[in-house]
Write a protein that binds this ligand. Structure first.
Ligand code: DAT
Ligand code: MG
Length: 148
């Protein structure tokens, strides 16, 4: 089953949005297979966003992302990467539809409260980066009510 890396950024944690974001993924039918609150180092975050390192906003992005704890999670389910991105909304909160996490809870791109893998390939890389210890494999009793 497909997995995606979802991270609640420092502003989302500080603003008390952890429960709300987890609730949306649980209620959609996805399964939580890894989660931790962690204070990432600058190096760890630079590697996470290494494809953006030439961007002008990169130093500000790293400062923001290392300004407090993040909630790192892995969610599993059919189409988890694409569906997770839809649930997050667009990168720019002003382009995000109401009903999405970014559309409902934030205003600026530099404080957009959550991250989600943009493809299965990125997800696999990000999951290995944030959870080198691996994830928890478990059977959900809801599975037969979510999948036909
Ligand atoms: P996403 O987080 O939707 O995958 P991304 O990978 O292009 O978007 O960028 C990663 C993060 O970098 C994004 O969530 C917020 C920040 N960012 C992106 N574009 C930005 C911009 N033009 N100005 C400031 N921050 C930006
Ligand atoms: Mg991205």
């Amino acid at each position: 089953m497909e997995r995606t890396y979802i991270m609640i950024k420092p502003d989302g944690v500080q603003r008390g949005l952890v429960g709300e974001i987890i609730k949306r993924f649980e209620q959609k039918g996805f399964k939580l297979v890894a989660m931790k609150i962690t204070m990432p180092s600058k190096e760890h975050m630079e590697t996470h966003y290494e494809d953006l390192k030439t961007k002008k906003f990169f130093p500000g992005l790293i400062a923001y992302m290392t300004s407090g704890p993040v909630c790192a999670m892995v969610w599993e389910g059919k189409g988890a990467c694409l569906e997770g991105r839809k649930m997050l909304g667009a990168t720019m909160p002003s382009d995000s539809a109401m009903g999405t996490i970014r559309g409902d809870y934030c205003i600026e791109v530099g404080r957009n409260i959550c991250h989600g893998s943009d493809s299965v390939e990125s997800a696999n890389k990000e999951i290995a980066h944030w959870f080198p210890e691996g994830v928890c494999e478990w059977e959900s009793c809801e599975a037969s009510w979510i999948y036909e």
